[in-house]
Design a protein around this ligand. Structure first.
Ligand code: ZN
Length: 135
């Protein structure tokens, strides 16, 4: 089952600068900082009520975030939806004709298994599915 929006991902050039900006807007400190090696990104998470905001900064030019910023500049990068069974949802969406960016889930930030839908079939929005890792 696909559930609520788990977080919004925002691509930023400078994590330290954007941390200050979002701390001021949300009137709270980031609660988690994490490097995701597989994506060459450093992430920072904020909570605002029920909602989470993920700031992502590229750690190298090979990062999808570096490519995104080069093409489109800073801004909203993805919308992540909570799923209870990522494998089942990936299969369901493939059956619906969507294209996944990777065939198998990756380990993402914040203790999640993640997978992305290709934005060319989603009206330009990068959609992330994320499932809490239960172990
Ligand atoms: Zn995300």
């Amino acid at each position: 089952m696909i559930g609520k929006i788990e977080h919004l991902g925002i691509a930023v050039k400078d994590l330290a600068k954007s941390e200050k900006t979002y701390a001021a807007i949300l009137n709270t400190m980031a609660y988690k900082r994490e490097i995701v090696e597989s994506e060459h990104v450093e992430t920072l998470f904020f909570k605002s009520g029920e909602n989470k905001i993920e700031l992502l900064q590229a750690l190298s030019d090979a990062s999808p975030i570096a490519k995104f910023i080069e093409k489109r500049g800073e801004g909203i990068h993805h919308i992540a939806f909570d799923v209870d069974d990522i494998h089942a949802e990936m299969q369901r969406l493939v059956n619906e004709g969507f294209q996944l960016i990777h065939d198998t889930p990756k380990r993402g930030a914040d203790n999640k298994l993640i997978c992305f839908l290709h934005p060319k079939h989603t009206h330009g929005v990068l959609i992330e599915l994320c499932q809490e890792i239960r172990e």
